[in-house]
Design a protein around this ligand. Structure first.
Ligand code: HEM
Length: 205
């Protein structure tokens, strides 16, 4: 099948929340409270957090999408989607460190110890970091089979990200239930597919 311009379309779609946020900031600068609401910091942290989890789940869904649609073009976009997700997580953390903590490292260490949801969020970030660093072709070649092993950290990153969310959410659980169900379905699909591959290998051996 002729490659469709999926990658630029995805890049545009994944940039749209950032462009919208930039617009809200401009509105807020002109008329405080009109763009980001009465608590600009909280809006930023929550907005970027929401897009972090959505992009992470999307990145995790790329390989099932390839199987479901039969279009390999998805795989060529996987690295870009993953890097977008990582960028959203970094901006989410940056907005929290800036607005909630006023860039105080000691306050961050305190939160890491005293607030389990922050510890979980950080665990998710620590899992994503080596994945982002080794996402290039050069690293893939260098690490060979270990590359795939390393990139299984996505399971832990998503699980920790979701626990982070369950821990901090006080009301409005509907979206959280949907995110968790998506994660469950995508995990089930991957495990089922791996079992099928292993069964096929055993038959051919
Ligand atoms: C993969 C990693 C992460 C994901 C997917 C994620 C996702 C989210 C989401 C969706 C929210 C908004 C919840 C809501 O609207 O009710 C949120 C809030 C928050 N996150 Fe994260 N987060 C992650 C990592 C982190 C890290 C590493 C930190 C801090 C070091 C952090 C700090 C916070 C804080 C402070 C809030 C707001 C809590 C509140 O206002 O009560 N997050 N996160």
């Amino acid at each position: 099948m002729k490659a469709m311009p999926l990658k630029p379309l995805l890049a545009l779609a994944l940039s749209a929340p950032l462009l919208w946020l930039a617009w809200l900031i401009v509105v807020d600068v002109q008329s405080p409270g009109a763009g980001l609401g009465p608590d600009a910091g909280e809006t930023l942290v929550h907005y970027l957090g929401e897009w972090s989890i959505r992009c992470l789940l999307f990145a995790f869904a790329i390989s099932p999408f390839r199987h479901w649609t039969g279009m390999s073009v998805w795989i060529r976009s996987r690295r870009m989607v993953g890097l977008f997700a990582f960028a959203y997580v970094c901006l989410h953390i940056l907005s929290y460190v800036a607005w909630y903590l006023g860039f105080q490292l000691s306050a961050l260490l305190e939160d890491l110890v005293e607030r389990p949801y922050i510890t979980m969020g950080m665990l998710a970030f620590v899992c994503l970091l080596p994945m982002a660093v080794t996402s290039t072709h050069a690293w893939r070649r260098r690490l060979r089979h270990n590359w795939q092993r390393l990139h299984r950290l996505i399971y832990l990153a998503l699980a920790a990200g979701l626990i982070h969310l369950w821990w901090l959410t006080r009301d409005g659980f509907a979206e959280l239930v949907i995110y968790t169900l998506c994660f469950g379905v995508l995990c089930a699909d991957r495990f089922w597919r791996r079992r099928q591959t292993m069964a096929a290998q055993a038959t051919n051996a």
